[in-house]
Design a protein around this ligand. Structure first.
Ligand SMILES: O=C(O)Cc1cc(O)ccc1O
Ligand SMILES: [Fe+2]
Length: 435
């Protein structure tokens, strides 16, 4: 398979035409009386028509048939998606999950293998988030999904994903992420048992964090985000369209491919990003910077500087701080911290926090380095050292109080009741008052 092409940039106005149909993109207008090649024009709005210009998002798709040509939707009762945050009693404990299962037998595709771990809010109010684990071993063939509730930030952990979207195709490997925004139809192809994490935000979109005094460059640079190029499929085979609507799945049939977009233009697009491109900024003198210094993407709330969800990574880097306890500090936070591990080990917990597993430190729940990390880092010689080489941990940090679902607490059978023990051996080192 030839290398896929991408358009580089974040939030840009892009345009793309399948090379098989030159001139398919109208010039100078969006809705010609008759589109070239007999195409239909369709707008996909990602913000209110009247949203301020800096936030306004929409794209125009020129397609073989408009999306409206489909049969009625009915419930699709597979997988473990939910937005019912009252399934379980609230639980303020530190939580750690062993690696989530990948299907060993049977055929499970991306849609059937969606499981909600935790979340808060209401897709009807377009406020909140959900964290899902996907786990599948079969490609979506003649099936596509779109999310009417919000955007999916997909973090593959095991297996490469071939994501076909209305805008074109993306190959997304572990250590890359993809964002598929509200309403965009897509399907996921896999070539092995595959697993990963999804951060879903309702009714808002991800942006790059402001850089403040950092200046105009650094962290995730806009030019490293990649959007697919137009690539249409012209088939009259039956497709199933799955809709995630108000937290539940629905399915309907249509007699043609939803990936029949010949040309498109706009600033409302799917994209991917390679986490190894992140330009890491950190302290070069002393003390531990807050992990917000590693924010890749943020989804802001109405409250200035406060995120519905930040996507933060812990990338390989140099650690050079002098007279400093270098690992993460002990912490109680007014935000919720959900962490996952793509590969390697996380410096503050080199034990049972494993790739494909997760932790949740809820609002004001104390957390921090385990005994081993504390003892080692308190004594280590503070020479310049590489940290996190061959590893990639990440955090979804949210101002919302996250509720764990029944799947997360029970059905997945991965919650590790022993987690609290990793801190129990933290000794008293207090030397007492000066005599
Ligand atoms: O390990 C964690 O839980 C996340 C975390 C990382 C860090 O660098 C500082 C504080 C913090 O909570
Ligand atoms: Fe923290």
């Amino acid at each position: 398979m030839a290398e896929l092409k991408y358009l580089n940039g974040f939030g840009s106005e892009f345009s793309s035409e399948d090379p098989r149909c030159p001139g398919s993109l109208p010039e100078g207008q969006n809705s010609p009386q008759k589109c070239a090649y007999g195409l239909y024009a369709e707008q996909l709005s990602g913000t209110a028509f009247t949203a301020p210009r800096v936030e306004n998002k929409r794209s125009w798709l020129y397609r073989i048939r408009p999306s409206v040509v489909h049969k009625p939707f009915r419930r699709f009762a597979k997988g473990n998606l939910t937005c019912d945050w009252n399934e379980e009693e609230p639980d303020p404990n530190q939580m750690r999950w062993n690696p989530f299962d990948v299907p060993k037998t049977g055929n499970v595709d991306f849609v059937e293998g969606l499981n909600t771990v935790c979340g808060a809010g209401d897709p009807k109010l377009k406020l909140g988030l959900a964290v899902h684990i996907f786990s599948c071993n079969k490609s979506m063939d003649r099936r596509a999904i779109y999310n009417a509730d919000g955007d999916f930030l997909i973090v593959p952990q095991l297996g490469t994903l071939r994501i076909t979207t209305e805008f074109g195709q993306m190959i997304v490997k572990p250590n890359e992420i993809a964002v598929i925004q509200q309403g965009m139809r897509f399907k996921v192809g896999v070539s092995q048992p595959s697993r990963g994490y999804i951060l879903e935000v309702y009714g808002r979109h991800f942006t790059l964090p402001d850089l403040g005094p950092i200046g105009a460059n650094g962290l995730a640079n806009p030019r490293d985000f990649q959007t697919p190029v137009a690539r249409y499929e012209d088939t009259l085979e039956t497709y199933e369209i799955v809709s995630k609507y108000q937290g539940k799945l629905f399915v309907c049939e249509q007699d043609h491919s939803p990936f029949d977009v010949v040309a498109w233009h706009g600033n409302y697009v799917p994209y991917k990003y390679d986490l190894s491109k992140f330009m890491v900024i950190n302290s070069v003198s002393f003390d531990h910077c807050d992990p917000s210094i590693f924010t890749v993407l943020t989804c802001q709330s109405e409250k200035h500087g406060t995120a519905i969800a930040d996507f933060v990574i812990f990338p390989p880097r140099w650690s050079v701080q002098e007279h400093t306890f270098r690992p993460p500090y002990y912490h109680r936070n007014c935000m919720s911290e959900f962490m996952g591990l793509i590969f390697g080990e996380y410096e503050a917990k080199k034990g049972a926090f494993l790739p494909g597993g997760a932790t949740l430190h809820s609002i004001m729940t104390p957390h921090g380095p385990d005994v081993n990390c504390f003892e080692t880092a308190s004594e280590e010689k503070l020479v310049p050292a590489r940290v996190a080489d061959g590893t990639q941990a990440f955090m979804f940090e949210s101002c919302l109080g996250l509720a764990v679902t029944k799947w997360g607490a029970k059905t997945c059978e991965k919650l590790d009741a022993e987690y609290y023990k990793c801190w129990q051996g933290l000794k008293k080192h207090f030397t007492g008052p000066k005599a």
